[in-house]
Design a binder for this molecule. Structure first.
Ligand SMILES: *[C@@H]1O[C@H](CO)[C@@H](O)[C@H](O)[C@H]1NC(C)=O
Ligand SMILES: *[C@@H]1O[C@H](CO)[C@@H](O)[C@H](O)[C@H]1NC(C)=O
Ligand SMILES: *[C@@H]1O[C@H](CO)[C@@H](O)[C@H](O)[C@H]1NC(C)=O
Ligand SMILES: *[C@@H]1O[C@H](CO)[C@@H](O)[C@H](O)[C@H]1NC(C)=O
Ligand SMILES: *[C@@H]1O[C@H](CO)[C@@H](O)[C@H](O)[C@H]1NC(C)=O
Ligand SMILES: *[C@@H]1O[C@H](CO)[C@@H](O)[C@H](O)[C@H]1NC(C)=O
Length: 557
């Protein structure tokens, strides 16, 4: 249901690359040799890119639904010079499927890409950033232009690794058997992290200085690794953007997940008498048959997501944080955009939430009804309380603020407050770790989704557009100087966090830590990512995430 239509940005940003191939040096990994390609930024800066290196055996045939098997050795030189297959996923709308990098999909998709600035002569190792894409655990690929991290690598002077992981039932089916135990997509990410630990030094990266980062489902994944006993020792720092494992889509019980498995099995005429029978039957179905059902499953809220109660995430994330059972030796950064929910409510109710309608049919009562409707869909009992909270003080003619209220009602529950609460609990139950928060309040001139305008502020996903430097690439063409500045400053801050554990200042504004552990009332203090006025803001979440939501989620203060 909550599936965004299309990433329109591609139309603007699809820049054809030169067709003559300049090879990057051959690197010898522990599994064999790889040849890369040299990519050139518009300003002439060169990067070595090793595109689509296999890190696990193809999870096909009998390996379907199994945890990834580390890649075996190969002989000869593997050509890591072009895109490979994306993990199988529903088609997106045009124009995305016109781009070959996005349209070639397969179960055989466990590849990662290494983006590296040219080696330093003195041979010092660079910090590594490891990117986990979002897409609701149903879509996403490292071969999409939206996950092109060349500017982060070049301007941040860091190595960036991007990883494909399995999606939908292939990544998250739970059948209660050893060979379909759930969380396979998270295990893929973990296997990629192990690959980095073992191999990144050959690319000039420091295996002991890895920062994992991700947005939306990627942020939820990053949070899962933060609380996972299996993540220990694989990374030094983590960044959660607009998502945490305690988000609505972030994780669920095995029982709930198994119900989705039953739904899939029934719709494919498989016996549902046992998990064993289901897995054996599903292994015989074609990928297209499974994909076909997954599409209807989304409408029925039967899409798969990670589970807790399993080796990778033994307990719910917030419980793990409160018990101190998480990777205590890491630094954390977390943050959101100003209007996480806007795109979703706009796509659900365009007749009212389309920002081009100046006086939509909405008033206080209607706004409350929209919120209550959403909480019925979420199957949460507290829709009325949430509706009252977000509409308090508003008048029937506050069209934009009423629409924003519904946007917050959606986004605070799904993305913003889970992320803020995750960061807060991490900070409060750890010592000595550095913890920083941010909130993006500067809307890029061209947002990721073209509908994002007016009342909608900064929409879900726009932080990635800024962080990946699209305004640098298109400076003065489609993006303004402010867009350029925030892009540049975010790349520097993220890279410096990866290097040292503290982000570099934004303009003249220093960051301070998100949570004052000594305080009796520790409220999240964040860097307001607005290039016209970078500054630390306190107490913004005091009443929402750190008031209402801590209470509704029964989080002990
Ligand atoms: C793969 O190659 C590495 C050396 O790079 C070697 O240590 C390892 O034993 C090999 N693995 C297999 C399964 O042959
Ligand atoms: C699973 O589905 C059954 C039947 O539809 C339902 O009664 C049960 O509450 C569901 N369990 C969970 C944990 O959602
Ligand atoms: C399941 O069985 C029904 C009835 O036999 C049939 O109409 C339908 O096409 C089957 N579906 C699949 C996915 O095999
Ligand atoms: C996909 O599902 C539709 C109905 O839901 C059915 O008509 C069609 O045959 C299915 N296609 C495949 C490949 O299973
Ligand atoms: C920012 O931090 C630096 C280094 O800690 C310090 O020298 C500087 O005075 C700080 N700037 C402001 C505006 O607080
Ligand atoms: C900059 O932001 C701070 C903190 O939100 C605020 O107090 C101040 O008024 C802002 N300054 C301007 C010029 O907008």
């Amino acid at each position: 249901m909550f599936f965004i239509k299309s990433i329109y940005l591609l139309v603007v940003l699809f820049i054809y690359e030169t067709h003559c191939i300049n090879y990057a040096p051959v690197v010898t990994t522990r599994n064999g040799q790889v040849r890369g390609i040299i990519k050139t930024l518009d300003d002439g800066t060169e990067l070595y890119v090793y595109d689509g290196i296999p890190y696990a055996e193809p999870p096909i045939g009998n390996l379907r639904f199994r945890k990834p098997v580390p890649i075996g050795n190969w002989s000869g030189v593997y050509d890591a010079v072009k895109y490979r297959q994306s993990c199988i996923q529903p088609d997106k709308l045009e124009p995305d499927n016109n781009i070959p990098e996005e349209s070639i999909k397969s179960e055989d998709c466990l590849f990662l890409t290494v983006w590296s600035p040219l080696p330093k002569t003195c041979g010092t190792k660079r910090p590594v950033l490891y990117w986990i894409y979002g897409g609701g655990f149903e879509t996403g690929t490292i071969f999409s232009i939206v996950n092109d991290v060349r500017y982060v690598a070049a301007m941040g002077d860091v190595i960036v690794v991007t990883v494909n992981y399995r999606l939908g039932p292939w990544g998250f089916l739970y059948a209660g058997t050893d060979d379909a135990a759930g969380n396979m997509g998270l295990y893929d990410q973990l296997e990629g992290m192990r690959w980095v630990k073992k191999n990144i030094e050959f690319f000039g990266g420091d295996p002991n200085l890895v920062t994992i980062f991700g947005e939306s489902a990627g942020g939820m994944s990053v949070g899962a690794h933060v609380v996972s006993p299996l993540g220990a020792g694989l990374f030094r720092r983590a960044i959660l953007q607009s998502g945490a494992p305690n988000s609505y889509l972030g994780s669920e019980s095995r029982e709930k997940s198994y119900n989705k498995t039953l739904y899939l099995a029934r719709n494919l005429n498989c016996s549902t008498e046992s998990g064993r029978a289901i897995v054996d039957c599903l292994r015989l179905k074609t990928a297209d048959q499974i994909l076909n059902i997954s599409k209807t499953a989304r409408k029925d809220s039967k899409s798969f997501e990670p589970i807790f109660g399993e080796d990778l995430m033994p307990v719910q994330a917030l419980d793990a944080l409160q018990k101190g059972q998480f990777n205590q030796d890491i630094d954390l950064m977390y943050g959101t955009v100003s209007q996480e929910g806007a795109l979703f409510v706009e796509s659900l109710f365009p007749n009212v939430f389309d920002p081009s309608i100046p006086k939509p049919k909405i008033n206080v009562v209607a706004a409350k009804q929209y919120i209550q409707f959403l909480y019925m869909v979420f199957k949460e009992p507290y829709g009325g309380e949430v509706a009252d909270f977000y509409t308090r003080g508003l008048a029937d003619t506050d069209y934009d603020r009423l629409r924003q209220a519904v946007g917050y009602g959606f986004g605070d529950y799904n993305m913003a407050c889970p992320t803020v609460v995750f960061g807060r609990e991490f900070a409060l139950h750890s010592q000595g770790n550095r913890v920083y928060a941010f909130r993006v309040t500067h809307p890029p001139t061209i947002p990721v989704f073209p509908n994002c305008k007016g009342w909608m502020g900064v929409c879900h996903g726009d932080d990635v557009l800024l962080l990946f430097g699209f305004p640098i690439r298109l400076r003065g063409i489609t993006f303004t100087e402010s867009d350029y500045q925030i892009s540049r400053d975010m790349i520097q801050a993220w890279a410096e966090f990866a290097r040292t554990g503290s982000p570099s200042k934004m303009g003249s504004a220093n960051w301070s830590e998100a949570i004052d552990r000594q305080s009796d009332s520790p409220y999240t203090k964040y860097m307001d990512l607005n290039p016209n006025n970078y500054s630390m803001v306190s107490d913004y979440y005091k009443e929402s995430c750190e008031g209402l939501w801590l209470k509704l989620w029964n989080v002990k203060k």
